[in-house]
Design a protein around this ligand. Structure first.
Ligand SMILES: Cc1ncc(COP(=O)(O)O)c(C=O)c1O
Length: 462
């Protein structure tokens, strides 16, 4: 074993790798630096970050303004108990108010996306009692903690359920997943049955308090709903007195174009959570934002929640700096221009590679669904493969890309394309040319068909 491998084992022998059989986490790569859209390993090799780490480093690495804001706060006062008011949290709230969807007026600051969703669960169940059920969707991830995992649809919930680490009172509704419609319908003739069904479901279930959605589904597919979906969902929630809860932990912070994905449909959720891009991942922060109606309930009732690091000064200090950097970046027009280019280049890849079944996404948030057979849509891998640790085709493609200097995340049957918003067209070219080569691994195993790849993003523009 080399010297560096021994160094790595000093860590992995004594810590747990996330979401992994521990033997499979024995020799992860050592990263020593990151700058712009690149990260560097201990051998000096560079990797273009084509998924913003965990879809969170939206401003890229080493943004000066955000780092300086954190340093300034660390020198002044890194921590004070959450019961006190600080200038830092006042500034963070002010900055948030300039970008939050209308109607979300009151916030709780925690330290992760999952923690933001746990706080939301308390807001919902306390204020909506006796209604308590949460309706979620199968293609979703909401965090690793007990509550958030309970309303997560993806297969990471399964071992948690077996370990009895989930809460009761969660139901799953049909996904808005046009490439594999659960009703076997086609848009627009489907009349958005996935949304229409919610009305039936809410009425039959009874005691439903909230419907949670990732407005553009993140890890579980980068699925963009058709334009009619959210107006219909909002109407059905209103008619059934159910809170609409948007989890924008991943879809927020200009990843899909507007600051929050819900802004695209001009729909106001009753509760919204966000994290990741809120500080561009420079400090850990989760935000739970609620409407006046939800907030007012707690005027006389105890909000039975809190944590030592709520409103942490270092986390809060990054918010105004990040908001200002995002605004500057969006004003420059670069992300808007590059996202169109990225879309076009991904479509070109799908013309060339038969293993791409569907291309979908928006802004800097794209997915390539990898299939064995475009005609039958037979996948290479399914959800159980993720849990059993089977070798995934998407992981093989991502592994090949990594070996050639491009980092992207594989997830069961999709590749995540979500670069930092600062990426240039030249950098997109570089990543696409590496991905182009890596996709040949999938092509070699497809059952050849003459059917073209689907582009479920296109329909949203009609
Ligand atoms: C939509 C969504 N919600 C919640 C979470 C959980 O966030 P965290 O990992 O910060 O707890 C994630 C993480 O990827 C996410 O994508």
């Amino acid at each position: 074993m080399s010297k560096i491998e021994n160094r790595i084992k000093e860590l992995t022998d004594h810590t747990f790798g996330t979401w992994a059989r521990q033997k499979a986490w024995s020799l992860p790569k050592m990263i020593v630096d990151a700058q712009g859209v690149y990260m560097y390993d201990d051998q000096g090799k560079s990797y273009l970050d084509f998924t913003s780490q965990l879809m969170c480093s939206n401003l890229g690495h080493k943004n000066k303004a955000v780092i300086e804001a954190i340093i300034k706060q660390a020198e002044k006062m890194p921590y004070i108990a959450p019961g006190f008011v600080t200038e830092t949290s006042i500034q963070a709230v002010k900055a948030l108010q300039t970008v939050m969807p209308k109607g979300l007026s009151k916030f709780f600051f925690s330290s992760s996306g999952a923690a933001a969703n746990e706080a939301a669960l308390k807001f919902i169940r306390q204020s909506m009692a006796p209604a308590y059920k949460i309706v979620s969707r199968y293609h979703s991830y909401h965090g690793a903690t007990v509550g958030a995992m309970s309303f997560t649809g993806d297969p990471r919930r399964w071992p948690s359920e077996q370990a009895r680490c989930t809460v009761q009172g969660v139901r799953f509704a049909p996904d808005c997943y046009c490439y594999r419609c659960p009703f076997d319908k086609t848009y627009p003739e489907c009349n958005i049955q996935c949304a229409q069904y919610l009305d039936y479901m809410f009425k039959e279930e009874g005691n439903v308090a909230a419907f949670i959605v990732e407005p553009v589904v993140g890890t579980n597919g980068r699925i963009v709903p058709p334009p009619e979906y959210f107006p219909l969902v909002r109407k059905i929630c209103n008619e059934n007195n159910i809170l609409l809860f948007a989890d924008e932990v991943m879809s927020g912070w200009y990843r899909t174009g507007p600051c929050f994905a819900m802004d695209a449909w001009d729909i106001q959720p009753d509760i919204m959570t966000t994290a990741k891009g809120a500080t561009a991942a420079y400090t850990p922060l989760g935000i739970t934002a609620v409407s006046n109606k939800v907030a007012e309930f707690f005027d006389e009732e105890m909000f039975c929640h809190g944590q030592t690091y709520a409103y942490h000064a270092l986390a809060s200090a990054a918010v105004p700096a990040a908001v200002s950097e995002y605004k500057k970046l969006m004003d420059s027009g670069l992300p808007q221009k590059v996202s169109k280019y990225l879309e076009q280049e991904l479509y070109k890849l799908s013309d060339k590679h038969e293993c791409i079944g569907d291309v979908r996404g928006v802004g800097h948030f794209w997915g390539l669904e990898i299939v064995k057979n475009r005609k039958t849509k037979e996948p290479f891998n399914t959800k159980p493969d993720k849990i059993t640790g089977a070798s995934l085709m998407t992981a093989k493609i991502a592994g090949e890309a990594m070996a050639n200097g491009v980092f992207l995340n594989p997830w069961i049957d999709t590749l995540v394309i979500a670069p930092p918003l600062i990426i240039t067209e030249q950098e997109v070219d570089k990543a696409i040319s590496v991905l182009d080569k890596a996709l040949e691994i999938g092509d070699k195993e497809v059952e050849s068909t003459s059917v073209a790849a689907s582009r479920t993003s296109d329909f949203t523009k009609k």
